[in-house]
Write a protein that binds this ligand. Structure first.
Ligand code: GLN
Length: 473
């Protein structure tokens, strides 16, 4: 059952939140050992949240738009009292003293958080293989990765453990795993969703967003979590946009650009899927033009300077004094060093070193400064493209879900998994991935729709057109 239907049934008293939470726990127990999706299942908290929803119904109150819907949270989102690790040894045993704004909004809407899902350590990766607690397996083919970094959240939804999940997307970490697991994932406009209580990776790029099995469910979840929050200084000063009401707007009259650089180098089946998506949108009344935005090719290089630079600063706080792990040594400096050496994994250390180097006095202008200029060029290039078209179309990933270990020895090969998703983060704009087509080994492929800031309603409506055709309705 999808989330929209679940909430309606709970609100009408046709099923209970407790029943849905128990069903979700059963589905989690059935496959969690095999797939390693949840790092922590919050059985007690979930049953308590479900009971609050059922009690509200019994009192004749409306518990909210996500009444009784089980949801999975990426383990870089804080929930008061619930272990939060970012899949890192350095945070092992830490329990946040407060909840993220998105978690508060979920609870206010009657959703039932089931626990915390696996991710690449500090969200750095594209496969969940950098998690200190072992990789997550793709529920569609357990010999393959679910993508990353929000691999656990995508897998929870794809395995039917929860109909909804939240992830974070700094360079593609919602869209890429959504594509690899055959579900919908949205990277909202920078500032649309509050990041208060999201553990920071690269603050000028991070955004929280939804995973769901349908476009309608993704729209509903995004509406619930979006909207201004005074606790996040980067939060846009406006209420949540209306998305569900526009789901059936279609694409008649739209101008859509099929971007050459967003299919370049992708598997043949993926290019075919994107081209078929273009014909479907055209048949539904849009005008599709082919275009080129050469600046997008610079995205990956700029990202791997900007994101590590910000990460090296954000991760300085893990010093063995304030959070989680502490490895004692003869003095404070030695303790800091021993803690960070033991607590961080290889990929996190690589990013800290890259970022520190890019920001160092002698190289700041040559690396970080250059990357910021490229970022501005990219933003301008998108702006120019949006003078001519209102939506862009491309692939989400160059390939379908890959096998374990196939990219772990070659960081560049792993980084290339996000070559199509990174430009949106650099521009601070909106994009989503919707399942469309099949690739190698009959695994799902994702099509990416991109738009300027605050274009989520339009992107979701276009995605719905593709979803309807794919489902034959
Ligand atoms: N895979 C990219 C990285 O490793 C993006 C990760 C993300 O979006 N969190 O940085």
């Amino acid at each position: 059952m999808n989330a929209t239907a679940m909430a309606e049934r709970v609100r009408r008293g046709e099923t209970s939140a407790r029943f849905l939470a128990e069903e979700s726990l059963r589905a989690i127990r059935a496959r969690n050992e095999e797939l390693n999706v949840f790092l922590h299942v919050d059985e007690h908290g979930a049953m308590a949240a479900a009971a609050r929803v059922d009690d509200a119904i019994a009192r004749g109150e409306d518990p909210g738009r996500l009444a009784g819907v089980p949801i999975a949270l990426k383990d870089n989102l804080c929930q008061v009292g619930v272990p939060t690790t970012c899949s890192s040894r350095i945070l092992e045993g830490w329990r946040p003293p407060y909840s993220a704004t998105v978690v508060e909004r979920l609870l206010d809407a009657g959703a039932v958080p089931m626990g915390k899902t696996n991710l690449d350590e500090f969200a750095m990766g594209s496969s969940t293989e950098t998690s200190a607690f072992g990789p997550t397996r793709n529920p569609l083919d357990p010999t393959r990765v679910p993508g990353g970094s929000s691999g656990g959240s995508a897998a929870a939804v794809a395995a039917g453990m929860t109909p909804l999940a939240l992830g974070s997307d700094t360079g593609g970490s919602i869209r890429q795993p959504a594509a690899l697991c055959g579900i919908v994932g949205v990277k909202p406009t920078y500032g649309l969703v509050s990041r208060y209580g999201l553990i920071a990776f690269a603050s000028s790029l991070d955004q929280i967003g939804p995973f769901a099995t349908s476009v309608a469910d993704a729209a509903l979840l995004l509406e619930v979590i979006a909207g201004h929050d005074p606790m996040d200084s980067t939060s846009l000063p406006e209420p949540a946009p209306s998305l569900v009401a526009h789901l059936d707007d279609g694409v008649a009259g739209r101008r859509i650009g099929l971007v050459r650089e967003l299919i370049e180098g992708a598997d043949a089946e993926i290019v075919t899927a994107v081209e078929r998506a273009a014909s479907v949108l055209e048949a539904a009344g849009a005008t599709v033009v082919e275009l080129s935005i050469p600046e997008l090719r610079l995205g990956l290089s700029a990202y791997y300077l900007i994101a590590p630079a910000e990460a090296s600063s954000n991760l300085a706080r893990y010093d063995g004094v304030r959070y989680g792990l502490r490895v004692t040594d003869e003095d404070v400096t030695a303790m800091n060093e021993a803690t960070r050496t033991a607590g961080f994994g290889a990929e996190v250390k690589r990013r800290i070193m890259l970022g520190t180097y890019a920001l160092s006095a002698g190289y700041y202008d040559a690396y970080y400064g250059q990357a910021l200029k490229v970022r501005t060029q990219m933003r301008d290039a998108f702006k120019r493209a949006y003078r001519d078209v209102d939506t862009l179309l491309g692939a989400t990933t160059p390939s379908v879900a890959f096998t374990f270990g196939s990219k772990t020895n070659d960081p560049m090969a792993m980084y290339l998994s996000d070559v199509f998703t990174i430009p949106t983060n650099l521009a601070g704009e909106a994009a989503l991935s919707v399942p469309f087509g099949r690739g190698e080994a009959d695994l799902p492929t994702g099509v990416q729709l991109l738009g300027p800031g605050r274009s989520e309603a339009r992107l979701l409506a276009a995605a719905k057109v593709l979803e309807d055709v794919e489902r034959g309705s």
